[in-house]
Write a protein that binds this ligand. Sequence first.
Ligand code: TRP
Length: 329
Amino acid sequence: MEIVLSGIRSTGRLHLGNYYGAVRNFVKMQHDYQCYFFIADYHSLTTHPKPDDWKANVKQVLCEYLACGIDPEIATVYIQSDVPETFELYLILNMLAYKGELERTTSFKDKVRQQPDNVNAGLLTYPVLMAADILIHKANKVPVGKDQEQHLEMTRNFASRFNNLYGVDYFPLPTAFNFGKNLIKIPGLDGSGKMGKSEGNGIYLSDDAKTVEKKVMRAVTDTGPTEKNQKMPEPIQNLFTILEVVSSPDTVEHFRKQYADCTIRYGELKKQLAADINRALEPIRERISYYMNNEEVIRKVVNLGREKARASAAKTLREVREIIGIRPF
Ligand code: TRP
């Protein structure tokens, strides 16, 4: 069975776009592939988060994924810093990564521009750590966005250098998992582009009903259609795209008709949209708070994930050491 691995940033609370985009696909995929989902907490260390934020961030993200339906009994759900084998492989892979290629990585160059006072070696070798995350379980497929494709390509380079150097066919060369048409793109509320984290643009799964309502009511619109059957401008099209995901076909049809004959009132559209988003989110919200308030359950999930991940990681590391020649006396 193919192995799929996905790394989750520990700092990002999930928004509607993540949920209807990747996460719902993960929930289905866990039955068809051997899935590893891990929270990349060590990657966030490059920006030096405060110790108290560290655990809170990891906990929030973990609870949100569980609430969405990731099943820790079926998939392996773990925290990166729980699997020290990753860091030994990271060290080994560092010997196969060239300074020049690391310096040329787009994400590194961006960071140098953004934080010139903190260009640490961890930033430089960020792609090596990511490669270690992937190769420690010998994953074949990695669901990544455009911004991570270069890192994945570097992972393939490190893996094939390892294979060539030692004359083995050991590491698979992982490729991007493409959801194809199953990937629903949710636009933002600020009039253009996709949903992201910027203020007022995104709706978080953990937002309460009032907050959702406020955000939707503030969404960018225009002064309304003036000609029958006119083409929708992007901000209005965006609201309909979200409506199509959370509302019934009848509701969508109702407002489409109103738009076409210029009787639409955006206030009503938004009220309906907010209500339907809240209806979709309510069960998830309940499950998030169930996990957030249930330390015992979370501890069990984390322990189980650590155990499964370390079993797989230890096997890889044992074999890698053997291949390199680090053998017991
Ligand atoms: N770099 C990824 C991001 O910023 C997170 C990540 C870390 C990751 N390790 C990974 C993703 C391994 C996939 C595989 O989103």
